[in-house]
Design a binder for this molecule. Structure first.
Ligand SMILES: C[S@@+](CC[C@H](N)C(=O)[O-])C[C@H]1O[C@@H](n2cnc3c(N)ncnc32)[C@H](O)[C@@H]1O
Length: 292
C-alpha cells in the first residue's frame, strides 16, 4: 500500500473503536504491494482508509447514515459545508436536544441526504464523548457533551476527503460485511475492524447500531476470512484480546495460518467510565500457507 499522500486527510467523525491512535502499531502489517484493491467492510470513521489512501477501494458499513455522509462529502460538498457552518452557531444544550429530537418526528423522513449528513456531523461533534448511540427504535440518544469549541465544520478535512473520493475509484456500500466482501478479487487487501468481542463479564454494551454484533457474527467473520485467504486475498482483522477471539483464530487449517499480534490501545469511548484506559487488542494477520 502506498504511503499517506495527503496529510490533511483524516476522519471527520469521532467513532467508537476508531483506529487513529493504533496506526503506528498497525503500520508494519500493512501489505507492501502498491495499487492493491482495498476493502474495508466496517469502515466507521475510516482512520485506516484515510491513512492508506488507496486508489481503488470498496468501503462499507452497516450504518447507512454514516455512508450517506461520505456520499454527500463526495457529491454535495458545498451544500454540506454551508449547513455545517449554520450548525456552528448551535453549540448549546437547547439546540442540541432540539436537533437530536428531529429523528423522532415524521418531518425527518422528508429531510434531504445532505440535511441528514450535516445533522450527523453536528451531533457527533457536540454529543457526549462522540458516542454514536441509538435506542431500540433506531433514534440517536447520546446526551449533550458541553464542549467549549467543538470543530463542527472542519473545512480543510472535508475538502481533502472530497478530492480523495473524486480523484480515486472509491465505491461506497451499505450493508453486512459478508455481502461487501463477496467480489473481492485475488490479491486484494481486506482490513476488518468489526464491533469488538466483549469479555464475558462485560455488560452487553451495544454502541454502534440497534442490532449489535454477536459471537455468531464473529464466527461468521472468521469463516469468511478463511475463504478470502484461500482465494488469495491479504486479510487483517482487529479485535479485542478476549479468550474467545484468541481461541477462534488459534488453529491453523491445512492451508491457512493466522498470526495473532497484541497491540495496546487507549480507549476513551466506553459506557463504563472505569473501563476506559489502556486495553489489549489483537491484530490478526491471515496467511495462505500449505503444510509440508
Ligand atoms: C469498530 S467500528 C470500526 C471503526 C473504524 N475502523 C474506525 O477507525 O473508525 C465497527 C463498525 O462496524 C459497523 N458494523 C456493525 N455491524 C456490522 C455488520 N454486520 N456489517 C458491516 N458493518 C457493521 C458499525 O456500524 C461500526 O461503524
Amino acid at each position: 500500500m502506498r504511503k499517506k499522500q495527503n496529510l490533511i486527510l483524516q476522519p471527520v467523525l469521532k467513532w467508537a473503536g476508531g483506529k487513529r491512535q493504533l496506526l503506528p502499531q498497525l503500520q508494519e502489517y500493512f501489505p507492501k504491494k502498491k495499487n492493491t484493491k482495498y476493502y474495508e467492510p466496517f469502515v466507521g470513521g475510516g482512520a485506516v482508509l484515510f491513512h492508506l489512501q488507496p486508489k481503488k477501494a470498496v468501503i462499507n458499513d452497516y450504518n447507512e447514515d454514516l455512508i450517506n455522509l461520505y456520499v454527500c462529502i463526495k457529491n454535495n460538498l458545498e451544500e454540506l459545508i454551508e449547513k455545517l457552518k449554520f450548525y456552528e452557531g448551535k453549540n448549546d444544550s437547547v439546540s442540541y436536544y432540539e436537533i437530536r429530537g428531529v429523528d423522532r418526528t415524521a418531518e425527518y423522513k422528508k429531510w434531504t441526504p445532505v440535511e441528514k449528513a450535516a445533522r450527523l456531523v453536528y451531533l457527533n461533534r457536540t454529543c457526549y464523548n462522540g458516542l454514536f448511540r441509538m435506542n431500540s427504535a433506531g433514534q440517536f440518544n447520546s446526551p449533550y457533551g458541553s464542549y467549549k469549541n467543538p470543530c463542527i465544520c472542519n473545512e480543510p478535512v472535508l475538502r481533502a476527503m472530497n478530492k480523495y473520493f473524486n480523484e480515486n475509484e472509491i465505491e461506497f456500500r451499505i450493508g453486512d460485511f459478508e455481502d461487501a466482501c463477496k467480489d473481492a478479487p485475488k490479491g486484494s487487501f481486506i482490513y476488518l475492524d468489526p464491533p469488538y468481542d466483549q469479555y464475558d463479564e462485560q455488560l452487553n454494551f451495544v454502541g454502534y447500531t440497534k442490532d449489535g454484533f454477536t459471537r455468531d457474527d464473529q464466527i461468521r467473520l472468521k469463516k469468511m476470512c478463511d475463504k478470502l485467504i484461500e482465494k488469495g486475498c491479504y486479510v487483517m482483522i482487529s479485535n479485542s484480546k478476549t479468550p474467545f477471539i484468541v481461541d477462534l483464530y488459534k488453529d491453523s487449517t491445512k492451508y491457512i495460518t493466522y498470526s495473532i499480534n497484541t497491540v495496546n490501545a487507549r480507549r476513551n469511548i466506553n459506557s463504563n467510565a472505569q473501563k476506559r484506559g489502556e486495553v489489549e487488542e489483537v491484530l490478526i494477520v491471515g496467511k495462505l500457507g500449505i503444510e509440508e
